[in-house]
Design a protein around this ligand. Structure first.
Ligand code: UD1
Length: 435
């Protein structure tokens, strides 16, 4: 098992510049969108993270040929012909976003068999809204042996209102509607910048979409889409994680390649907690952490609200605020697994239903902890920056799914951090250093 160890002789004060990578949650639907055309699509600012590899393996099985230039961060993809219409459980289980191939596969080839993702570490995550939406577009759909089996000669435009905002649900239906016959009206769509970025790619591919960035999208279907070039937006969650790192360590960080508007909800909370934030140039954010952190009340909400993907990172920040903070998680149930690990480092946190109550300030001391999901891993890395001694974070493959070169970026800011294979999770005597 891969692990990370952070050595903290005295608490860090992070200083310097960090360049934010492309957004994982924007590149995954963009790769799925390539299934909609036989032409070549070129994506730039592609983050080099594990989930991209998983998505490429999946579209590769479905018929895509691709080349990824790791230096240029450019991905060139072409799906001349759909070779298979099956997304196997192995890949869907590894990454829930695999469900994004359902809409494009069905729209282009008339059939799709995609494994049901099932539950995950952050709670139950149904896909009923993806399924019912495709049914409304005329698909015949059944669930058998853990698979969604969908068929439709050609999808037919209609009006669909999402009961609840869903990011990948909106993306799946927009992609499907692009090749449907006639007009599709989607109401109560997710407003996340990643949804907008996908719609912009689809328009470049020839799709007709009105209302991009709004809750109602009108899509006029076309027979086929063509190739395009498209830039992936910056990762607002990676940016948010580094913003918290600066606030937590009373640092002074300059983040480059950020879209400030997209991290507004996070910046607002950091300013309330005592940080100073400046926007010295286009796509640049400078943040200086304040001396005394103030407690916060945070409620997660769909964009432009406070992102659930930043909740875990703020929990560690709040362990260092003077007073009582409350985090209310409204998007996912069971998304507090990181709290137990923070307790092992010395935090005071109580969970009551959808609320986490954090009392600070508590000193943290390094220990061995376990990453349970992607954002929980980021929270533990942040904790390691202020926990005295050594913090060992096990099972960091979760972190690799969504953060590009996080150790390199942190090392560049002065952090002593190592990756190694931990042969014994509870006793690190056999640890073999890798990088
Ligand atoms: C996406 C993001 C994930 C983020 C989440 C919420 C990607 C690849 N992942 O996940 O990082 O944490 O948005 O911002 O973009 N729901 C249903 N039925 C459905 C679909 C969703 O009930 O068919 C519920 C979910 O259980 C959840 C809420 O809707 O309570 C929002 O989930 P959704 O926006 O769909 O999350 P994902 O798209 O899976």
């Amino acid at each position: 098992m891969e692990a990370l160890r952070i050595y903290t002789e005295k608490p860090y004060c992070l200083q310097g510049e960090v360049t934010i990578s492309g957004a994982k949650n924007a590149v995954l639907p963009a790769i799925a969108a390539c299934l909609l055309t036989e032409d070549r699509v070129e994506l730039t600012n592609v983050p080099l993270v594990k989930d991209v590899q998983t998505m490429l393996t999946l579209v590769g099985e479905l018929g895509a040929s691709y080349s990824l230039d790791e230096n240029q961060k450019t991905l060139s993809l072409e799906v001349k012909r759909i070779k298979s219409t099956q997304a196997p459980y192995k890949l869907v289980r590894a990454m829930r976003a695999s469900i994004l191939v359902l809409g494009p596969l069905l729209a282009r080839s008339g059939q799709a068999t995609v494994a049901l993702p099932g539950g995950c570490a952050i709670g139950t995550r149904p896909v009923d809204l993806h399924i019912s939406g495709l049914q409304k577009l005329g698909a015949n759909l059944k669930i058998e042996h853990g698979y969604i089996i969908a068929e439709a000669k050609r999808l037919k435009g209609t009006e669909i209102e999402f009961e609840k905002k869903t990011v990948t649900g909106t993306e799946n239906l927009v992609m499907a509607a692009c090749l449907a016959k006639g007009e599709t009206i989607l109401k109560n769509c997710a407003l996340e910048p990643e949804v907008v970025n996908l719609c912009e790619l689809l328009v470049r591919m020839g799709a007709k979409i009105d209302g991009i960035g709004e809750e109602t999208l009108r899509i006029t279907g076309t027979r086929e889409l063509s190739g395009a070039e498209h830039r992936i937006i910056p990762d607002r969650i990676e940016a948010g994680t580094f913003l918290v790192a600066s606030a937590l360590t009373r640092g002074d960080l300059i983040l480059k390649e950020v879209e400030p508007k997209q991290v507004e909800a996070v910046i607002d909370k950091l300013v309330m907690a005592g940080s100073q934030v400046e926007l010295p140039g286009r796509n640049i954010v400078r943040i200086k952490g304040g001396e005394d952190l103030k407690p916060l009340d945070i409620t997660t909400a769909p964009y432009p609200g406070f992102p659930t993907d930043m909740q875990a990172q703020f929990m560690v920040l709040m362990t260092q605020a003077n007073g009582r903070s409350i985090i209310t998680e409204t998007i996912f149930d069971r998304r507090f697994a990181h709290a137990n690990e923070l307790l092992r480092l010395g935090a005071w946190i109580e969970i009551e239903g959808d609320k986490a109550i954090i009392r600070g300030k508590t000193p943290l001391s390094g220990a061995e902890v376990m990453a349970t999901d992607l954002r929980a891993s980021a929270c533990l890395v942040l904790a390691g920056l202020i926990a005295t001694g050594q913090t060992t974070i096990n099972e960091i493959e979760h972190l690799d799914r969504g953060y590009e070169k996080i150790e390199e970026k942190l090392r560049h800011l002065g952090v002593r951090i190592e990756r190694f294979t931990n042969n014994n999770n509870n006793n690190n005597k056999k640890a073999e250093v890798k990088s």
